[in-house]
Design a protein around this ligand. Sequence first.
Ligand code: HEM
Length: 423
Amino acid sequence: MSTSLDTSAFLPAYDAASPENQVKLLYAWLATKPLELYAELRSQRPILVSPGPVLLTRFADVEEALSRNLVFTVRPYAPKMDPSVGPFMLARDGTVYNQRDKGILRALIQQSDMDGVRAQVAALAKTAIAEGASSDGRLEIVSQLTRLVPVRLTGAYFGFSGPDDATMMRWSYATQNDMFHNLTDDPAIHQANLEAGREMFIYLNNILPGRRQRVASDPKADDIVSRLLRLETPPSIGFDQARLLSNIMGLLVGGVETTSAAAVQAIDVLLDRPGPLAQAITAAKLNDLATFDRLFWEALRFWPMNPFIVRQSVAAYTIAAGTERETTLPANSLVLCATASAMHDATVVKNPEAFDPNRPAYHYLHFGYGEHVCLGDQVSLQQTPELARQVFLAGYTKRAEGPAGRPDFKGGSFPESLTLVRG
Ligand code: HEM
């Protein structure tokens, strides 16, 4: 992805287009050059009310919308999530599904587990790299590492290992692709999601009774599913078997393609920046995780996993009230909260086009903001940079020649391949 910001290239074409084409143009630009589009919008039209979605590009407005979750709701997710994994925390605002389920899951995913998670990821990654490297010294990181390790960590830490890696990858891909990337409502993509949900449901429903028995007799079983199965909650709060299944499925749905994309995209950005790359390699070798991780998350800011987070407003709302850009949005607006843009907003993020790994953590919105901030944030803060660190530690610090050495999305929503060679 190009990170050079060619401004003043979008709005003249946008303003000259018909309403229908304006929406098409917006989605095409969002898919191909979001950061360039956002730079122009931030300076010229920071709140863009199009005939389709509204785009919020300033840091303050993105945080405002994402924190007013009873106005800017997660309703758009429900038609994709409900029929696949059941009512889920991310498709419900201010309800028991979010408050109770997220509260319970947050209590089970413990901060004190995180050193262990990091060690698990390191070990899984070392094995995956050793097995995945070809005899001529090339490593294709998506199939051999960045999808594989999160699937295996979903087994090792979360306790949902599934029938095999390939099935878990298929379930994860099908659900993520429909729930977060099927903006045009392609029925084949939706169908694949429904089938994955049904298969996961049957699989989990079959294995959980046996797991429950094993957990009861094995005090050492201490992954998240084991903790869930040991948990006794009063019937009055309704955290029943259906809730268990839904939340276990969510651990896979949320955790694989997100992690893979973030790892690939941050590695890609680092490979284009010799200074930060050299610092990252040194920090990796010195086991200086704090420095390595800061370089990693700053790199991801230049190609964020999420160009925006989708919300639907349910009431009229005046955003950025009292500022020059104050705008009243009607009820039922589809609002794209451009977290990727917010992280480059110079009114909040100092010198945003400079690569500066010493920014405060609150300038990074990689995991969203507000009530729906990522449930897997603590795990991801360990897992995602560790994947990159292991790639560099194994010596894969250069792109393979030609197109193989560039991330290839193969026309889809996620990076499908990136081949590296030893530096
Ligand atoms: C680098 C990796 C990841 C990134 C960049 C990421 C990003 C995000 C973002 C942006 C959101 C907010 C969505 C919204 O507000 O609409 C979110 C929510 C969520 N994520 Fe992640 N995620 C990652 C890894 C994971 C992992 C490993 C899990 C496994 C537990 C997970 C589970 C979830 C869940 C369950 C939610 C919904 C939370 C809620 O509704 O309250 N994510 N994630």
